[in-house]
Design a protein around this ligand. Sequence first.
Ligand SMILES: Cc1cc2nc3c(=O)[nH]c(=O)nc-3n(C[C@H](O)[C@H](O)[C@H](O)COP(=O)(O)OP(=O)(O)OC[C@H]3O[C@@H](n4cnc5c(N)ncnc54)[C@H](O)[C@@H]3O)c2cc1C
Length: 467
Amino acid sequence: MESTIGDRLAAICGVAHVDVGAAVPDDLCHDEALGLDPVRPGAVVRPATTTEVAAVVTVACELGIPLTARGSGTGLSGGSVPVAGGVVVSFERMSAILEIDTANQVAVVEPGVTLAELDAALTPLGLVYPVFPGEQSASLGGNISTNAGGMRAVKYGVTRHHVLGLEAVLGTGEVISTGGKFVKATSGYDLTQLVIGSEGTLALVTRAILRLHPRPEHQATVLAPFPTMDLVAGAVPPVVASGVGPLLVEYIDMISMAGITANAGIDLGIPEDVRAAALAYLVIVLEDHHPERLEEDTEALASQLAELGALDVYVLPDHAGHQLIAAREHAFWASKAAGADDIVDVVVPRASIPTYLTDVGDLAAATGSLVVGCGHAGDGNVHLSVFQSDPDVRHRLVHDILAAGMAHGGAVSGEHGIGTAKLASFTDLEDPVKLDLMRRIKHAFDPAGILNPGKVLTAPRLEGARP
Ligand SMILES: Cc1cc2nc3c(=O)[nH]c(=O)nc-3n(C[C@H](O)[C@H](O)[C@H](O)COP(=O)(O)OP(=O)(O)OC[C@H]3O[C@@H](n4cnc5c(N)ncnc54)[C@H](O)[C@@H]3O)c2cc1C
């Protein structure tokens, strides 16, 4: 198989852009999800154009070989972990910012462009692509395919609110272009939105049109320690409803705060007595084009937080504010360094966070597990680090934590996706009618079932699919 597929891929992309068998770098065998075993693909191919991607898909279709798209491999759900013996389609050579159209405030990018690269290009123009998931080395193709969120979703929404159009290769090798440089369209089904969040199972994204915003120059970071988690969680809805339009609203529990500040080596200067009394923290960032408006809003926010039960309120100097946000973005690495066995990414309605966290505490206590966390409180996205070394107990516990999220009107994943890591719980907890519809949609995009099989849906091979 290896020589056949290797030769066919090399004929399309050039021999220098294909690795086969043992030559495939180890790094391509995993993503950043905790607790998943690496899987070795049969080959990796690095196409440079949409035409090459389409030709790769056509060959894979003909030979019945699974393809797994790969951006930067920073995913947390196993979505870009290859299928054994399949082919990884790496987008590292499709990494051009094709256009920044300032008049229409859009960027046109290839999928391999990283968030950091796009931000560096937009900063001098006073523009921003406002989706900031915690890992800036992630690619736009990966962000689109996981519908990445991040801290700023409370103000700007998530990836799907900023992708205006796509070029993508279907599982048949056909190429489609969707949307355009406009925000409105009522012209048939919205194929752009179907592809977003589909984790490489419906189509390979080869180009994207992204919506940009003016970049506010001024920011203020407010840190409020609270004596109970209930008070923190209860403060979030009134802050969001207050009209100050926070850029981000994060909660960090006491244990996680100690972990992320120690991991980043920062001292926020909180007096010992306040630290001793604080069980959780709220971090809120405001932004504005006008410094005087920002100051007014910051003062109003500080008074509101004090009324809502904060032990104290600190407006951090810019440097400390940026350090804290960067440390929070890297909370995953702190959890990993502390030995977390799993990471949960549930979303619930933000007003349900207090009762949801009470349920999680009960589940953790009943199994003798440690479950701590922080999260994008403004949009209800709760990230939990689960410490439970017994795999059977842990799998049951994580499943119950996800089920509790669903029972609170939430969803199994807020932003990391299903991949393989949450597949069993997703297919167990989700409405079977919806799952069946998703399988039929998958079949329409990818009739041979070659695009990232075994991710998102445990799709049995459909009638008419190749063996
Ligand atoms: C420290 C850290 C913090 C993080 N914080 C956040 C956060 O706050 N919010 C958040 O949402 N995520 C977060 N993540 C997860 C991760 O960064 C995102 O999921 C990101 O979108 C993945 O991008 P990637 O390029 O690494 O994709 P990969 O991991 O390479 O792939 C992810 C999925 O997209 C598919 N894919 C990739 N490229 C394409 C393409 N061109 N066409 C079709 N499918 C494709 C893959 O097959 C896979 O299913 C974090 C990760 C880390 C390590």
